[in-house]
Design a protein around this ligand. Sequence first.
Ligand code: 4AD
Length: 576
Amino acid sequence: MSTSYIDEAAGSDATGTGSQDAPYQSLGYALFTHGDSVKYLFRKDATAAYDEPTQSSLKKAKKTADGLEKKKKKAEELAAKEAKDKAEQKEKKEKLLEESKKIVLEEDQSLPKATRAKVSKLADLRGQRVRVFGWVHRRRDQGGIIFVVLRDGTGYLQTILSGRVAQTYEALTLTLESTIEVIGTLHPVPEGKTAPGGHELSVDYWRVIGSAPGAEDAFTNRLNEKSDPSIQADLRHLVIRGENASGVLRLRSYLLNAFREAYASENILEVNPPCLVQTQVEGGATLFKLDYYGQPAFLTQSSQLYLETCLPSLGDVFCVQESFRAENSHTRRHLSEYTHLEAELAFIDFNDLMSHIEEIICKTVDILLANPITAGLIKSLNPSFQTPTRPFTRLSYVEAITWLNEHQIQHPEEDSSGNPIKDEQTNQINMVDHKVGDDIAEAAERQMTDIIGKPVFLYGFPAELKAFYMKKMDDKEGEGEKNVRYTESCDLLMPNVGEIVGGSMRISDEEELLAAYKKEGIDPSPYYWYTDQRKYGTTEHGGYGLGVERFLAWLANRYTVRECALYPRWPGRATP
Ligand code: 4AD
């Protein structure tokens, strides 16, 4: 007969096996486990020797063992009942499914003819029979009634399937994201209840057009809120079906319309410059190069140079064009391809330029807020949105440097190759005050805009920090330090995003432009057409570029511009 050990102090009923190395803790549990088949040896703790249990402790332990046995039986019975119930339910469901196949819906031709409509157009059709197509956005079952929220891109519609309509095989197996056609009568929602649009459709006929998979491959198994960002990026085509993502894209569409309306109100024409170009605008480092029939070419960084050529032809112009930047920036506000809204105006001065930018932005926001659809979208995406107040604050570059130092906003100290310098002892990056001539980096700029909390123009950047084409300020206007030449340039900064607009007056003098090419090491020959603008009737002129995704990130309070592009591109990402 084998022996089972019990050590009341060091043993364990949960993990013990009854061996001398792994004794049980209680005699009751040991008895429950082994019954009379083994010999028991017991000790209170390690100071005592193992001994046979006394009769009275055996009696007590027997009671415990009986109790445990009862408990075990009960649990087994419960499990068996649950399994039986489950099997019955399954059988019932299968039977119901089998039965449901016999129910075939047919449209009742005696009912009034249904009017086909998009969800957004239903308000005028209340009380009537309507026909709507869409995707199953949500589904909820309640006492034999199926509530389906249908999505058709123009809005969401609550539909109610009840009675026979809810008993078909298609109804019982209807999955999210399936496409369906529904026909029924549109009623205002009962008092105290809510539904999108304030109405719901009592369906009298419906059919599946394309069913989406359930189980393993179900939509919600492929993608949900907890999905990893890289999975979300791979599945962007599914992400955009979501309420927030589609809301942002919908707002984007209205935003572009509003910009166009604002430009039209100022008689500024839209033009469509090329994407394939052979000149740079914003420095060679961020050019995407390509082979163009054996010649070097680039994807455009900015359409500015082309817009400038339109001034003598069409007058003031704007464009909405993709711009491309091959910069290895993985920040919240950088894309490799972005939608660039650019405009160019002739016979203006620097002050006119900033006033115009302010005017276009405020007009655009006013247009969006005047439309109940877009006002609603902004409210739901960005409940605390505040209309910018005019005039926008204007802060010169030199004032901004002082402001940053007053607010103890520092920047990493850099060596001559631009690498941050670390303290040898602490291994921490050295932070230093800003000085005139320093670039105001993204981090400092963001802190600044977040503290100021409203749109602010930074203007008059040193020429060294800016593009070759920018007009210099008159010497007498150059503020502060000697030897620094400032430009008639401006960046518009918005809270939460930072720079959304970059603009400037342009060099209007041919000689000055030729000198600027030289300084930058640019061969002027491919720029002959740009230089010609200064030759054949030059004028003071200026313009700007606005990052549409950045503007939208500000408007819709999105964390990153990646949420504001349909299929965002960033270093390494060009899929889907
Ligand atoms: O300041 P940037 O580089 O200016 C120009 O390209 C001028 N040639 C425009 C002009 O004067 N017509 O870019 C203008 C704006 C920035 O303020 C920013 O909003 C956006 O374009 N932008 C980007 N947006 C997303 N990702 C990037 N990598 C961006 N680079 C610039």
